[in-house]
Each structure stands twice: as structure tokens, then as C-alpha cells.
Design a protein around this ligand. Structure first.
Ligand code: GDG
Length: 474
């Protein structure tokens, strides 16, 4: 069985669960990308190629919810070198402004090539003649080119969920040219922001030497590649109805009661050094210790979802934040009023929605972030058009959510002023800002994001892209 639409992503869109009879089953994983693509995929009889999530697991393709899932094996060595190594200790920090120092190891690169080839082969085996294949994210940047070599008949799209760095940083990468050429195997390369696609086009011109014009790249084999911005969005209606549900209403009340009447500042992030958890907690702590905010009036809830726990920089950062939270609670908190409620766990979506509704000030301060969906989810859940968003100007979301209190996460005093202003803002002011931001997230949701990418892919610039499902070229 082959498919007309194939998604290729590092992870499959399902999580393994144990069924009541003890056998293994699968459940759709939470997450915007999965909900955005599933309807499209089901309609088109789609397939999804990805890693099931545990090492050395060999599984045959299987059906789930009308989608063919094609598992790719990663050995423990691949997980270490390809996933934790090259993807998350080389590319992730390099693409995020070198917030942490990227590590360059030749064995990691070899693993990256090896694993990318495995994904490309799996995609080639499941794509039907002239199918559309959409490759996702920084772990798989070589797949477009490898796949084109195997299957020149395919229409290939690529989407990068994280920033694409300026030439000064990207050029550090010993394998920079291979990555650029890998991506150029696609017909359409999507980025979060025009700045990122601009960086890419400039690099292709200067490093690979191809001719370019605006968002078009002209390859010697007469192919044209388009690189453009498609800012990702959320399932706004889904979040709204979740926020409105009686279970969530009830939970909001419980959270407010537990806060004992204090106003809630909230952070929700994967525990990642790019997310700027440290400076926001420092800023909040200083506001309380200096007497600008009173312990009896405010508290900070920080959800820090465990992430990439075996990567060195993540371990170091976790210790640093543990120390800061311990110090702030130890120095400033009392039995009745701990200052920071620090939750190092993952929660169901309902709990997220309840926290978003209960929070008076949402604090999102990444040093660099492709988009940041948390900021958009907070806005979607503010059904009453209240609540304040403090948002880093270095998150992609800041391009759209202009009415947030925008901050430079490196400027602790700046964060402090923004937190105070947001906390003290009049209801009218909050409403003016929130109403405008809600309009933005309602207008652009994840379904329109996926659709606009798919449409651009189908009507792409290359000659062979004109028909939606062209015959294979001889
Ligand atoms: C990458 C880019 C880009 C978090 N904790 C829990 C939980 N979450 C959910 C949030 C949100 C998602 O995880 C995180 O998305 P972000 O966009 O904030 O950040 P990354 O994970 O770094 O995502 C980013 C994104 O890709 C999409 O292109 O925006 O820039 O870095 O949806 O709600 N969800 C649940 N429990 C948790 O404990 N259920």
C-alpha cells in the first residue's frame, strides 16, 4: 500500500500505551501538528513516517485512526548520536543564537547522515507515484535531497519549526554546505518568519552559489525552489472549547482557591535553556524582594515539562533553575505563601487550559524561539478578553502578538518593568490588547497554516509542480 500524502517527522504521532489486557496499544499524541495534519491525512489516505520513541524497536507499518504509520528504527547509538547529539546538542543551540555552545563531533554528523537516509528510504517506500511528501524539522534536513535522488517524481515540502540562523552563526557548522544542499532537495521550504527564509536564501546564494530572486532559488538542473514564511498557529477553536468546558471551569476555581486569592503569574515551557525561565524568575523574585510586589498578593506558577534529560546542557540548566527556585522560596517564601510553585512534570491539556484561564499574567521570555505556541494558547483561552501577556521580542509569536508587553529577555530590569505594568494594567487596557490578540489567533489557526503550505506546495514554482500529481519523469 502506498500513499498520496506522506508526512516525515522525527516522531510518530502516537504514544505507546498499555491496554487493560496488558497488550500494547497506541494513542494519538497531544500536539498541534498532529491535530492539524490528521484530518488532511485521513482524507488523503495519508502515511506518517517516524520513530516510535524507544530505541531498538523494530515494528512493521500499521494503521491507526485511518493513517498508515511507518516506524523507523533508531538504535541506542542513533538516539545518542543523531537525536541527543547532532540534533539537540549541535543544531538546536546553533539555530537558537548559540544560547548554549554547540558541540561539533564528526561521529554525530555520520549518525545524522545515516539516520536521515533511513527516513528517506522509508518515505520512498511508502509514497505513491507523484505523491506529496512533507518533511518536518531540523532533525531531517538531509531527507529532501536524499528522497529526491531516490524518487524524482515526488513533490517535496520541508518545514523548519525552529529559527534559521544568520550566516555568521550558520557558517560555524562544518557541514553547512551539505545541510543547505539537503534542504534544496525540496520544492518548497517553509520557515516560521521571513527573516529565517531570508537568511536561508542569502546563504544559498553566497555559500552554494545558486542564483536567487526574492524567495526563489534557481538550481542548475532547471528546478526552482521556493523558500518562504508560513508562521505556525494553534487549534484555536479546540483550545477555546476546552477552556469553556465545565471540567476546566471547575479546575480553574480549584487553582484560584489554592492560590488563596493571590494573583497568578504563569510560565509554561519545556525545560529548555532557550526558553528564558531563569531571567523571568529572577525578575519576579527581585520585584518581591524589593517590595514592588507583596508576597501576600502574588505567586508564580512555573510548569517546566521534562525534556531531553540526558543532554548535558539540559542537566546543567535544570540544576541552575532548581537552585534559583530553592533560593527564592527559601529567602522570600513563608509557610502560608511559598513564592514559586515549580512543577517539573507534564500535564494533560485540560490542566494547561485551566492554568491559562487562572493566570493573570502569562510570562513567555525565550532568548530565541521559532514561534512559541504557549503564548498563542494563552490568548486562545482568555475567553473574557482579560489577562496580560508578557512576551519576548525574540519569539516568533512577537511578530503577530504586537499587543503583548514585549520584552528583551536579556534585560532583567526591562522584564521587571513589563511585569509590573502588566500586573497593574487597567481592565480596559487589558481588554484592548487581548481583544486584538484574540483576533489574530482566531484568524490564523493551524488548519489554515497547514492548508496554505499544502496549497503553495501544489502550485509551486517548479515546472514539474504544475499538476498536483504529475506522472513520474523518465
Ligand atoms: C517547537 C519550537 C514552535 C508544554 N508542556 C506541556 C504541554 N506543553 C505544550 C504546550 C505547547 C507545546 O507543548 C510547546 O510548544 P512551543 O511552541 O511553546 O515550544 P517547542 O516545544 O520548543 O516547539 C517552537 C513549535 O515547535 C511549533 O512549530 O512554536 O518555537 O521551538 O503546545 O502547550 N502540553 C501538555 N502538557 C504539558 O505539560 N499537554
Amino acid at each position: 500500500m502506498t500513499s498520496d500524502l506522506v508526512i516525515v517527522a522525527n516522531r510518530l504521532p502516537v504514544d505507546r500505551i498499555e491496554l487493560p489486557d496488558g497488550s500494547v496499544g497506541w494513542r494519538r499524541s497531544p500536539g498541534g501538528l498532529v491535530s492539524a495534519l490528521e484530518p488532511v491525512m485521513r482524507e488523503d489516505g495519508g502515511a506518517w513516517v517516524g520513530w516510535p520513541g524507544s530505541p531498538d524497536e523494530e515494528l512493521a507499518p500499521f494503521e491507526h485512526d485511518g493513517v498508515t504509520l511507518v516506524p523507523v528504527v533508531l538504535t541506542s547509538e542513533d538516539v545518542e548520536e543523531f537525536y541527543e547529539g547532532f540534533s539537540n546538542a549541535t543544531l538546536w543551540p546553533l539555530y537558537h543564537d548559540v544560547v548554549a555552545k554547540p558541540e561539533f563531533h564528526r561521529e554525530w554528523w555520520d549518525a545524522y547522515v545515516r539516520v536521515n537516509r533511513r527516513f528517506a528510504e522509508a518515505a520512498a517506500s511508502v509514497a505513491s507515484e507523484g505523491a506529496r511528501v512533507w518533511v518536518q524539522d531540523y532533525q531531517l534536513q538531509l531527507v529532501p535531497q536524499m528522497l529526491r535522488e531516490l524518487r524524482p517524481d515526488l513533490i517535496i515540502g520541508f518545514y523548519l519549526h525552529i529559527p534559521f540562523p544568520p550566516a555568521e552563526l550558520f557558517s560555524q557548522l562544518p557541514w553547512r554546505r551539505q545541510i543547505l544542499e539537503g534542504l534544496l532537495g525540496a520544492d518548497l521550504i517553509g520557515f516560521q518568519l521571513p527573516e529565517a527564509s531570508g537568511n536561508f536564501v542569502r546563504l544559498v546564494r553566497t555559500r552554494v552559489g545558486h542564483k536567487t530572486h526574492r524567495d526563489r532559488i534557481f538550481l542548475p538542473d532547471d528546478r526552482t525552489v521556493r523558500a518562504a514564511a508560513f508562521p505556525i498557529a494553534i487549534d484555536t477553536a479546540g483550545y477555546e472549547s476546552l477552556a469553556r468546558s465545565p471540567e476546566v471551569e471547575e479546575r480553574v476555581q480549584e487553582i484560584r482557591d489554592a492560590a488563596g486569592g493571590r494573583r497568578i503569574f504563569l510560565g509554561v515551557d519545556r525545560l529548555d535553556y532557550t526558553k528564558g525561565i531563569y531571567p523571568r524568575l529572577r525578575a519576579f523574585g527581585e520585584l518581591v524582594s524589593e517590595g514592588h510586589l507583596a508576597l501576600e498578593d502574588v505567586m508564580f506558577v512555573q510548569v517546566a515539562t521534562p525534556s531531553r534529560e540526558r543532554v548535558g546542557e539540559y542537566k546543567r540548566m535544570r540544576d541552575e533553575i532548581d537552585r534559583l527556585v530553592g533560593r527564592l522560596n527559601g529567602d522570600l517564601g513563608t509557610i502560608r505563601y511559598p513564592l514559586i510553585s515549580y512543577l517539573h512534570s507534564s500535564y494533560p491539556r485540560e490542566e494547561m487550559a485551566a492554568l491559562y484561564r487562572a493566570a493573570d499574567v502569562m510570562v513567555v521570555t525565550p532568548y530565541r524561539d521559532g514561534m512559541n505556541l504557549v503564548a498563542k494558547e494563552y490568548v486562545a483561552c482568555r475567553l473574557e478578553e482579560d489577562g496580560a501577556l508578557v512576551l519576548s521580542e525574540f519569539a516568533g509569536a512577537a511578530e503577530e502578538l504586537r499587543q503583548a508587553w514585549l520584552v528583551n529577555p536579556y534585560d532583567i530590569n526591562g522584564i521587571k518593568s513589563a511585569l509590573l505594568e502588566a500586573y497593574g494594567a487597567e481592565p480596559k487596557e487589558l481588554q484592548r490588547r487581548m481583544r486584538a490578540m484574540r483576533r489574530t489567533v482566531l484568524e490564523h489557526d493551524v488548519a489554515s497554516w497547514a492548508l496554505s503550505f499544502m496549497e503553495a506546495l501544489a502550485s509551486g514554482p517548479g515546472e514539474h509542480l504544475k499538476p498536483l500529481r504529475p506522472a513520474r519523469k523518465k
